[in-house]
Design a protein around this ligand. Sequence first.
Ligand code: BTN
Length: 257
Amino acid sequence: MNHRIHRHGTIDSTSERAFAALVDGSARHGDVHVAQAQTRGRGRLGRAWHSAPGEGLYASLVLLPPRPWPPAALTVAVGLAVLDAVRGLGTDRARLKWPNDVVVPGRDGDAKLSGILVETRGLALDRPHYVVGVGVNVAQRAFPPELLAERPVTSLELEGVRADTETVLQAFLRAVPARLDAITDAPAALARDYAAATGLVDGTRVHVDAGDAPLTGTLCSFDVTAGVRVVDDGGRGHAFPLDIVRSMARDAGSGDV
Ligand code: BTN
């Protein structure tokens, strides 16, 4: 994959820049927008992404594949690519949490190291288009109290890994092609690696929030295209396409991965 890297100072959002380039026709497959800081960095579910100057990697990758990918498969693939990158830099304990938060288990629970936002829009383009926004906490030694009030967070620095944002970006860009190729060439391997990274292996007790009511049961199968199958405690089977699963985690009683 050929990368043209567009470097920005302080901007609203790297993903907004990527979409602007898609709209004006200048975007190419593999383009990357990276910023020093973002004033309107956004996360999943309408949340903001704290983007202090120089402390994190704020990057968006433009993908223009010949055929559409199942959205959930893309989500899984880029989550694994970020995990490959941060583990390769030395955070061996990092793992994925549904759908693709990169977290490090700690005393107070899973601390978020990286978040990924995959977006597509109904642009008048003749090819499918995706913008993969990646935020990685790199050099932070402390976080604002309002962020810590939401959940535990960590950075590579706090995990004892000295790396600059450019090194993290390059590690991600090295990891991403193989993970994207696996969407079509090796989806079973992708699902297997995702299960290992999340602890969501078949037979695990899980808590799933999808459809109408959250349920607890046993995970029967996870497939990046077919979705997830769970048998509840009453023996009833449930099948969910991945894109309607709001959250899925090991049931609290089932111990650590
Ligand atoms: C999440 O909520 O976990 C996803 C966070 C994604 C943040 C990144 S930072 C670079 C890119 N630009 C944005 O505005 N958001 C994403």
